[in-house]
Design a protein around this ligand. Sequence first.
Ligand code: APR
Length: 249
Amino acid sequence: MMDEAVLARVRERLRGATSVCAFTGAGMSAESGIATFRDALTGLWARFDPAQLASEEGFRDDPARAWAWYAERRAGVRAAEPNAGHHALAAFARRHPGRLTVVSQNVDDLHQRAGNTDTVRLHGDMLADRWLQRCPRAQACDPADAAPGTPPRCAECGNLVRPGVVWFGEVLPGAAFDAAERAVRGCGVLLVVGTSGAVWPAAGLVSLARMAGAHVVIVNPQPSEIDDEADELVAGTAAEVLPALLDTL
Ligand code: APR
């Protein structure tokens, strides 16, 4: 049961904030049926070794296995629907143009399908294809034209297609991280929704926001590794809490 007093305090803060940032993780999509990474019982990593599936080394080691895992996850994302939490954020953005920035660690497209099409993608887009190697041609080939396979590959040079996500050990896209830093530094309220705070540098955005004066609100049914950065902890799920916080604003 959500604590109504906490919700009322956070709504009051949101009313007074000219700029709001929502920083989301896998828990944001959990109620859409997409498994999180670290939840003990359901988390994907509980069944897989991350290094084997979400790293360049793991992909090169067994491209077919990694590609099959991503194909399964892609099918899950395509079959999923944005949940009430995604819709609450998108509706708030429609009612208050320019006031909300969504920064997500998620590689699904649920924020975008709900309407937050300008979501900052810190860890890339799992539904996008890219080449494993840089294409040697002056006019790079399009991965969409790759020959079918698991994974698809360039019929000319054998280059493999990989998903457009940031793998363990890879740097985050500079433009996205810069946009995320600007958003968290400039917001009056940072809503941190559905993240364990276990993965850096993304998790560091929360302390950056706090140092810049943002009021930090963590929405999570469980404790997270960044709870000590929070001004308010709202114990609840994205699909329950976000409508309760945003729908009347
Ligand atoms: N609503 C809100 N939070 C939820 C819900 C829900 N319905 N269900 C689970 N959670 C919380 C869990 O309590 C947990 O704290 O979501 C969090 C999910 O944590 P992780 O699985 O670690 O996902 P995330 O924090 O997004 O991981 C960060 O790690 O593996 C990399 O690139 C991957 O982007 C990912 C990054």
